[in-house]
Design a protein around this ligand. Structure first.
Ligand code: LLP
Length: 416
C-alpha cells in the first residue's frame, strides 16, 4: 500500500506530493492496509472478540472502519468512551479500563451500559454505589497483575509485579469474593494486559495460563465467566525484519486456550485488545525539510518533531524514514532527522543513510499510526497537524490542520 511509483512514494493510488501541496506536516493513513490488519485478526481468531484499543488512534473515521467489522473497544477514559460511542462501537463490547477512574467517569460508564475492568477494590465500591443509584447492574472483570515481564521497553511493560496496573493475581480472589456480595456489580470476566510492542509470543501464553489459574478459583465462588481478556500488546515490524502476525499469535495461543478452558465449568470467550497491530503500520507522518546543515552531524530539520510524534523521544523508538520524493535514489549520506522543537531530544531518526537531502524534500516517517497523533501536543505554540485517509486513488481530510485559534484555545486573558 506504500510503494514507489516513478521515484515518488504513493499511498495506495495517491502520490504523497499531491497531499503535501495542501500542507505539511500531515499524517496519512491507508484504508486498505487498515482493512488488511482487521481481516488478519478476524481470520486468525474467528471465535474470539477483538476490542480495538482506542488509545492507539482515536480518529473517528478510522474507528468507524474498525467498529463496522464487528470489533468492540477498549477505552481508558470517559473521553475515549465518548469517541468510541461516536464511532459506533456497541456498549456491550466496550470495556472501560483504567487504574484511576473518577466518579464522573464511572457515572458515564454505568449510564452508557459498558463493562468495566476494575483496577482496585476501592473502585469496585465506587462502581457499586453508582450502579445502585442508577438502578443498574454493571458487568465487571478485575484487571489482574500477572507478574510477567515481556521483552519490551520498560515504560510500556504493564504486567510487571511493580507496575501500577491491576491487582496482584494471588490476591485477586478476595476482590472477587467482595464483588460477589456487592449489589450493582456482577463479575463476569478476568482481564490482564502485559505490555506493548511484544514480539516474543511466550509471555502471552504465560499470561493466559495465569488467567485460567485465577478463573478456576473465581468459578468456585459461583461466578459464571463470560470472557477472559488477554489485553493487547502484539508488536509491529518497525525495523522491517519480520515479526509474528496475528495468525502466529493464534497458533501459539489457541491450543493452550482450548486445552485450559476445558478445565472450567463456564465457557468464556477469549477477548483481545489490539491497538498498535491494527493501526500502527497503516500510517506515515509526512514532513517537509526546512533546512539541511552540516554540523557535528548532517542534520535534516523538518517541520514535525516530538510535538507530533513523541515515540522516538520518549521510548527511543525506531521509525523507518525515507525521502518520499526521491524514492529509489542512491542512499549516499548519513543524516539525523530532527524536528523544530526547542529541545535537544527532538530527534525523529538518528544516523540514517538517505539520498542527498535538500530543503523542500519530503520525509516519510513510517509506522506512525499507533500512539502518534494521539500523543501529540501544541508545545512551542505549534498547532497540531491534519490527518488524511487514502482510499485507492481518493483522499479525505479526516482531521483538519489546527490554527492559531486552537493554540489560543480556552485561554482567558486577565489584564492586571
Ligand atoms: N489494553 C490495555 C489495557 C492497554 O493498556 C493497552 C496499551 C492496549 C490494550 C493496547 O496495546 P497495543 O496492542 O497497542 O500494544 N505509547 C506507547 C504504548 C502504550 C501502550 C499502553 N497500553 C508506545 O507508543 O509505544
Amino acid at each position: 500500500m506504500f510503494r514507489e511509483v516513478n521515484g515518488k512514494l504513493h499511498v495506495e493510488g495517491v502520490n504523497i506530493e499531491e497531499i503535501a501541496e495542501s500542507g505539511t506536516p500531515v499524517y496519512i493513513t491507508s484504508k486498505a492496509m487498515l482493512e488488511n490488519n482487521i481481516e488478519s485478526y478476524r481470520a486468525a481468531f474467528p471465535d474470539a472478540r477483538m476490542l480495538y484499543a482506542v488509545k492507539a488512534n482515536n480518529n473517528i473515521s478510522i474507528m468507524r472502519i474498525i467498529s463496522k467489522k464487528g470489533f468492540g473497544a477498549d477505552v481508558f477514559s470517559d473521553g475515549e468512551l465518548y469517541l468510541a460511542l461516536l464511532a459506533g462501537f456497541k456498549p456491550e463490547y466496550i470495556l472501560f479500563n483504567g487504574n484511576s477512574k473518577s466518579r464522573k467517569e464511572i457515572e458515564y460508564g454505568v449510564r452508557t451500559g459498558v463493562k468495566f475492568s476494575v483496577d482496585s477494590v476501592d473502585e469496585l465500591h465506587a462502581i457499586s454505589e453508582v450502579a445502585k443509584e442508577e438502578n443498574k447492574e454493571v458487568k465487571i472483570a478485575f484487571r489482574i497483575n500477572p507478574d510477567i515481564s515481556p521483552d519490551t521497553h520498560p515504560k510500556i511493560a504493564t504486567g510487571l509485579k511493580k507496575s501500577k496496573f491491576g491487582i496482584p493475581w494471588e490476591e485477586v480472589i478476595d476482590a472477587y469474593k467482595t464483588a460477589v456480595k456487592l449489589p450493582g456489580v456482577k463479575p463476569v470476566g478476568i482481564h490482564c494486559h502485559i505490555g506493548s510492542q511484544i514480539t516474543d509470543l511466550s509471555p502471552f501464553v504465560e499470561a493466559l495460563n495465569r488467567i485460567v489459574d485465577v478463573a478456576k478459583k473465581v468459578e468456585k465462588l459461583g461466578v459464571e465467566l463470560e470472557f477472559l481478556d488477554l489485553g493487547g500488546g502484539l508488536g509491529i515490524d518497525y525495523h522491517a525484519e519480520g515479526v509474528p502476525a496475528p495468525s502466529e499469535l493464534a497458533n501459539k495461543l489457541m491450543p493452550t486456550f482450548r486445552e485450559r478452558i476445558a478445565e472450567l465449568k463456564s465457557e468464556p470467550q477469549l477477548w483481545l485488545e489490539p491497538g498498535r497491530s491494527i493501526i500502527g503500520n497503516t500510517t506515515i507522518l509526512l514532513t517537509r525539510v526546512n533546512s539541511v546543515k552540516k554540523a557535528y552531524k548532517n542534520f535534516v530539520a523538518v517541520d514535525a518533531g516530538f510535538n507530533l510524534l513523541i515515540r522516538p523521544a520518549m521510548y527511543n523508538a525506531y521509525h523507518r524514514v525515507s525521502v518520499a520524493n526521491k524514492m529509489g535514489q542512491k542512499e549516499e549520506e548519513e543524516y539525523t532527522v530532527v524536528g523544530p522543537i526547542c529541545e535537544s531530544g527532538d530527534i525523529l531518526a538518528e544516523n540514517r543513510k538517505l539520498p542527498k537531502v535538500e530543503r523542500g524534500d519530503l520525509i516519510a516517517v513510517f509506522d506512525a499510526g499507533a500512539y502518534g497523533f494521539v500523543m501529540s501536543s501544541q508545545y512551542n505554540g505549534r498547532p497540531r497537524c491534519a490527518e488524511i485517509l487514502v482510499d485507492r486513488d481518493r483522499w479525505f481530510v479526516i482531521r483538519e490542520w489546527e490554527s492559531f485559534c486552537d493554540v489560543v484555545g480556552k485561554q482567558i486573558v486577565v489584564d492586571f
